[in-house]
Design a protein around this ligand. Sequence first.
Ligand SMILES: [Zn+2]
Length: 64
Amino acid sequence: MPAGQGRGRGREGEGGMGKGGQRQGMGPPKECKCPSCGHTIPHQPGQPCYNQSCPKCGTNMVGM
Ligand SMILES: [Zn+2]
């Protein structure tokens, strides 16, 4: 791996699509996202995203 990493690449929230990073330093490793309204919730271990409903609109969440 490069030695001088962390100079501006890989900052959070750069894409505009919310938190799409796979390797965030903190927080849950995965998130579930509502395909309808775009709301995201932390992924619950043992509970697939598609088994969870969006707290806002009730649509089944999808994994990210
Ligand atoms: Zn929703």
